[in-house]
Write a protein that binds this ligand. Sequence first.
Ligand SMILES: NC(=O)c1ccc[n+]([C@@H]2O[C@H](COP(=O)([O-])OP(=O)(O)OC[C@H]3O[C@@H](n4cnc5c(N)ncnc54)[C@H](OP(=O)(O)O)[C@@H]3O)[C@@H](O)[C@H]2O)c1
Length: 337
Amino acid sequence: MSAPTTTNAWAENQRIPELSPTDVLVKLHAGSLNYRDLVICQGKYPRKVIEGVVPGSDGAGEVVAVGPAVSRFKRGDRVVTAFYQDFFGGAAPTEANSDKALGGSAHGTFRQYGAFDEQGLLPLPSSLNYREGATLSCAALTAWNSLNGLQYLKPGDCVLTQGTGGVSLFAIQFALATGATVIATTSSNTKAEKLRRLGVHHVINYREEPNWGAKAKALSPQGLGCQRIIEVGGPKTVKQSLQAVAPGGHVAMIGFLIGFEKDEDHPSFLEAFSRMCVVRGIEVGNRTQFEEMIRAIEASGIHPVIDPTFFHLKDLPAAFQYQYDQKHTGKIVVSIE
Ligand SMILES: NC(=O)c1ccc[n+]([C@@H]2O[C@H](COP(=O)([O-])OP(=O)(O)OC[C@H]3O[C@@H](n4cnc5c(N)ncnc54)[C@H](OP(=O)(O)O)[C@@H]3O)[C@@H](O)[C@H]2O)c1
């Protein structure tokens, strides 16, 4: 079969550019939605977005053609896309190696075929299918980096997560596989039941318990607090997160689900000082961490939590609506056959 020359991408048919020597042409089989993709489509994303961008931060597919200098992959290999195409190692991406973020500053994964530099792809974990693999690039790596990026999470540590979105559910699965105690918040008692079935030790409904931070600390082993907090809410939840953190613990500043507005009693930087904790900004993660995470997924037998409602590429608006309405638990997967 000769390599295809056009691809259906979200909303249009595009020409596939000629492969450069180090390019790999991937037949994408699935992508998944991240909160970021929704915000980009709403035109509210605070970072660089190229004109007419093909959305999609995550993707998995099969190699159908390779440029002459490609050495990492061959035709038929199953691959996942890296969110940052050029961020291979180091604590945080620099301006130079964060310039190609899929679905924002570079075309994303909601298309049938995509050409990627071989350095921007990783092997799909052998234990996962395409739909599962299509959930890893952004949410899973963010969770992995939040737990392990500065210091590895240890058995016996305590992790607090917020809500039942992609990042939090991956953090829950990685933390449980490490042998940590997990405390999770959610908005609904139905979702609480799903969290308990996943193995979460304590669940707090944040709608019923506005002081969930202090409650989480009380529930943590010996009431010492949590060694990691997965902070996805933003300025309006960080005060509670700081109530829950253990001395020496890390608050991973990841998201802004409730927006950017601050309350009047928003904590100052002194709060981190008095609680003797690390407040760490997270930007997904690098390729070395991705490789580490893949090994951990294969070794632990983790399968990503995927919402049972699947969407096809042509139904992308419906998938975004489903995400916007917060009907999902875990990752919303979009199939691209
Ligand atoms: N910094 C980074 O590198 C990075 C990477 C990935 C994502 N993010 C950010 O992290 C956040 C989460 O991303 P995601 O992909 O996991 O989102 P998602 O899958 O869309 O998760 C949404 C879930 O968050 C929960 N939620 C909503 N409002 C909440 C609130 N007030 N308090 C606590 N939980 C609330 C809801 O769960 P319940 O109904 O169960 O409460 C909802 O289902 C987003 O802001 C995203 O932009 C950042």
